[in-house]
Design a binder for this molecule. Structure first.
Ligand SMILES: [Zn+2]
Length: 425
């Protein structure tokens, strides 16, 4: 028997708001929609969507969908190099494409690793094959503006933006802005990408192309740009081509110093009976009274005299890094002070446990002391002069775009969404 595709004639009437307007009549022929997914025309199959239950195996699922055991074994063995069917995990979604006849026999098994990646096992014909499949992703550029009322992440939440974007923005500005010091009324604008599967399913954020924070009336721009043609690592630069990430100074002492002891977890000290006693700092020996500098911008979180540390200062640079400076003769800052890279925070001395004048420099990453010389710290290599004209050319349209983003635009977007919701109901 042949099936006929019957054209559906849909007649739509549109009435305009004006009372005296004549109703318009539109006639349109709509063909049955062909739905493609995972490279298959779904119209040709019975589509079964399900989730792997606890204790369920590939064999059990196949058996339930009318595949005989000899065939199941044949599938499992012939695809084992691509996909081990014993690896199916409970909770993972899958789709079975079955024959459209009364047998509804499984012909394709689509195992979904995540929203994007799947393994497809096709056993429709005599040749069985398995392969991985990636759903095509659409990238959409978005613009948004926010006003900080209490704090940045609350504002981002209220705009419907997720935490990973919030964290990424905070990371870009980690060396420029103190997010705890943002003031009510500070604004920000972002140009960023969102990724979608099938135009509708959100699949995460792409690049943050440009941003600007207006903090205390000052515009702080950030543009993503690849300035290093060899490493090709994108970095964020300001409107004057300055790198937003700052590097730590190599040493808290400017010129005359000697590293007398490095970070060493296995250092043996005679004083302690030749026992292994970790030295988690780096000692910079210098003349008493030599100025000690903060190695990066930050807030003084401790400034005190205590035990073996003697006079010391601890500076928090951002949520990741903190540095500490021990055995000072005298301190030059107090708790709560904001210090900039290179600011003098004290002078070399011999307070606390020390056998000679030096500063013990301690470097903390996420609350743990690490060797500053072994860290992959952001490189602060200034942009090559030769690249700058290209850079300024590149950021010009982005700056224009940033400058025209307004709160009204955000509202317009919201309104469109509301209408969409009503239409769906
Ligand atoms: Zn030390």
């Amino acid at each position: 028997m042949r099936t006929y595709l019957i054209p559906i004639i849909v007649v739509l009437f549109f009435y305009s708001c004006k009372k005296d307007a004549i109703p318009a009549k539109i006639t349109e022929v709509i063909k049955p929609i062909e739905i493609f997914e995972y490279g298959f025309k779904l119209n040709d199959f019975e589509v079964i969507n399900d989730t792997i239950k606890t204790g369920e195996s590939f064999g059990v699922i196949m058996d339930r969908h009318h595949v005989l055991y000899p065939k199941i074994n044949k599938i499992a063995s012939s695809i084992k190099d691509t996909f081990d069917v014993r690896r199916v995990r409970s909770g993972k979604p899958y789709t079975i494409l079955a024959s459209k006849d009364s047998l509804t026999k499984a012909q394709v098994f689509i195992y979904k690793h995540n929203k994007i990646d799947a393994t497809i096992i096709n056993f429709k014909d005599s040749t069985i094959n398995a392969y991985t499949y990636k759903k095509p992703i659409q990238t959409v550029e978005k613009k948004i503006m926010g006003v900080v009322n209490s704090n940045f992440s609350v504002t981002m939440d209220s705009l419907g933006l997720k935490h990973n974007l919030t964290n990424e923005v905070a990371d870009i500005y980690a060396w420029t802005l103190d997010f705890f010091k943002l003031q009510k009324g500070d604004t920000f604008k972002l140009i960023y990408e969102e990724k979608f599967i099938n135009d509708t399913t959100f699949a995460g954020y792409g690049k943050i192309k440009a941003a600007v924070f207006n903090h205390k009336g000052k515009d702080l721009y950030a543009y993503r740009y690849v300035a290093d043609s060899i490493k090709k690592i994108p970095e964020y630069f300001d409107d004057e081509a300055g790198l937003l990430r700052r590097q730590f100074l190599k040493s808290p002492i400017k010129f005359q110093y000697r590293i007398s002891s490095r970070y060493n977890l296995r250092r043996r000290i005679k004083l302690y009976g030749n026992r292994v006693r970790a030295h988690k700092g780096t000692d910079f020996a210098a003349k008493r009274g030599t100025p000690i500098m903060s190695t990066a911008n930050g807030t003084v979180v401790e400034s005190a005299r205590r035990g073996g540390n003697g006079n010391y200062v601890k500076v928090k640079h951002n949520s990741t890094y903190t540095t500490q400076y021990l055995h000072m003769k005298r301190r030059n800052v107090k708790k709560g002070d904001f210090v900039q890279q290179g600011d003098i925070i004290g002078w070399v001395g011999m307070t606390g446990n020390t056998s000679g004048p030096h500063v013990c420099y301690r470097f903390w990453k996420n609350g743990r002391q690490v060797d500053p010389f072994k860290q992959k710290l952001p490189s602060a290599k200034p942009m090559d002069e030769a690249i700058k004209p290209d850079y300024f050319e590149y950021i010009k349209p982005l700056k224009d775009k940033l400058d025209t983003i307004s709160l009204e635009e955000n509202n317009q977007e919201n309104l469109i969404e509301e209408e969409h919701l009503i239409a769906n109901n």
